[in-house]
Design a protein around this ligand. Structure first.
Ligand SMILES: [Zn+2]
Ligand SMILES: [Zn+2]
Length: 171
């Protein structure tokens, strides 16, 4: 997992202090367990870190273009996504008090934004995606991507097979 370490030592000196994070970063592919999802280009960060006493609050948006695979035609396509970030980084001692809510740690006056951003993208990746709502999918007979043109397979193939079966059953 890639890291995106931000030094918050200055921020920690004063409650209410803010730090703007505007940058474009390269991210490694997201791990979805059974598959990986790559980013097509750099991820744009537009975040504000704020010292909220109990920790450092990270808020803002992150924009990235993910390479997803169409569920119908299996083609890969670029899908731009904008996700909201709202997470708190806590000092290890304070995060223990907040047992229930999952927080990210402040370590040596530094925070790692990478896991926060990766988690935010993972939450918005749909299980099933289409390259286009009108995607025609693949021909069930030859496997051709029908978005790229029709194939020569007879359209009634399945019906005629069914008719043969019917004839056989009658005998
Ligand atoms: Zn498709
Ligand atoms: Zn075909």
């Amino acid at each position: 997992m890639a890291e995106l370490i931000i030094d918050v030592s200055d921020l920690l000196r004063e409650v209410g202090k803010e730090l703007e994070i505007k940058m474009s970063k390269e991210f490694s592919p997201l791990n979805l367990g059974t598959r990986e999802v790559k980013f097509a280009k750099l991820v744009d960060l537009n975040l504000t870190l704020e010292n909220v006493d109990s920790g450092v609050l990270a808020q803002g948006t992150v924009e990235g273009t993910l390479i997803l695979q169409c569920n119908r035609c299996l083609k890969e396509f670029a899908c731009p996504m904008k996700v909201k970030i709202e997470e708190i980084f806590c000092h290890p001692s304070k995060s223990q008090e907040l047992e229930e809510s999952e927080t990210f740690p402040i370590m040596d006056e530094r925070v790692d934004l990478a896991p926060v951003i990766e988690q935010a993208f993972l939450l918005v990746i749909p299980m099933k995606v289409l390259c286009n709502p009108k995607c025609k999918g693949l021909c069930p007979i030859c496997g051709k991507n029908l978005n790229e043109g029709m194939c020569d397979c007879p359209k009634q193939e399945i019906d005629s097979r069914f008719l043969i079966l019917k004839k056989l059953l009658k005998k």
